[in-house]
Design a protein around this ligand. Sequence first.
Ligand code: ADP
Length: 371
Amino acid sequence: MILIVDDSRENIISLKKVLEKNGFQVDTASSGEEALRKVLKRYYVLIILDVQMPGMDGFEVAEAISGYSKAKETAIIFLSAANTDIKFITQGYSSGGLDYITKPVDMDILLLKVKTFYTIYEQRRALNEMQKALLDEIEFRKKAEQLKDEFISIASHELKTPLTSIKGYIQLLERSIDKDDIPTVKSRFSKVQNQIEKLNLLVADLLDISKIESGKLKLNIKDFSVDELLDNIIEMMQQSYPDFKFTITGSVNEKTFGDEMRIEQVIVNFITNAIKYSPGTNEIQISKYICNEKLYIAVKDFGIGMSKEHQEKVFNKFYRVEENSLRFQGLGIGLYICEQIIKLHHGVIGVNSKPGAGSEFYFYLPVNAIQ
Ligand code: ADP
């Protein structure tokens, strides 16, 4: 946008007409004071400023404008009588550029200058945008690097914990074997198995992450029964968590196409999270149904829940709700992997939650779209 400042209406009209005819957007002010008010409110690429005006003259206006942050990059073309000395005004004016044209105005020269300033302005804007994009990229990479470092340190800790337990139980196991104490041997043996299973899951998650990063996470699509899959999952969960009450509502009653093992991984992840983040409660509700050719599965708990802000981020890689991170162990990759699996199935994953009231994690995917 160009601002023409001139006390003569005829000059304004003729300049405006020529500029608008050449595709420029034009605003006008008929005095220095009006120009200052306008410059305060909006950004102009260029101001065409008559030097001789009653009240504030053009030089005074330019000097005042030089202090405005909005006009930092604005160029000025003075319209002056021949031989006016404009040198002094260039001092202290750190604008996008200064130039002048003597009156009577040669429209061709004016247009040439206006176009030059606009080209410089466009180039500068493109450079600024590029610089901003580069800075954003650097910032993004720095954050990713930092997250990766944190992740490696948490992952090593998470891997070390079951390993230390396994080492301890094996020593105890040795003693119970020496004493021929079979019941204790059995109990310690099952504890070692639990820890190995934990380790196994952790390593599987880490492998999945690396597969996702290299685009190698592939699905093995077949038809399967969701009802059977859920019954098996619940049976397995009930054995591992006998104190919990798992209820299933709805039914699917038809074959679904998808990667059964990966879908199982998502549901198991939802349920283990539901158990982990719901201390002091013992109920998990699972819903399953088909609606508009889509399979819908949700896992609802009555645990700690989370705020809207966290709900938007829990599927991000390495994201953990900070205020809970000391209380609950984890790597912040489970839900990220779930999201990738559901995306590969062309589905949608999400969460509804309320702090203190519990969470419902869900996904839906087309039943037949991928075969
Ligand atoms: P992890 O549990 O290993 O930290 P996830 O990717 O599975 O990683 O979950 C990311 C974060 O989402 C968790 O750290 C936790 O803060 C939050 N979260 C996940 N499931 C629940 C849930 N059912 N209730 C409350 N918070 C949850």
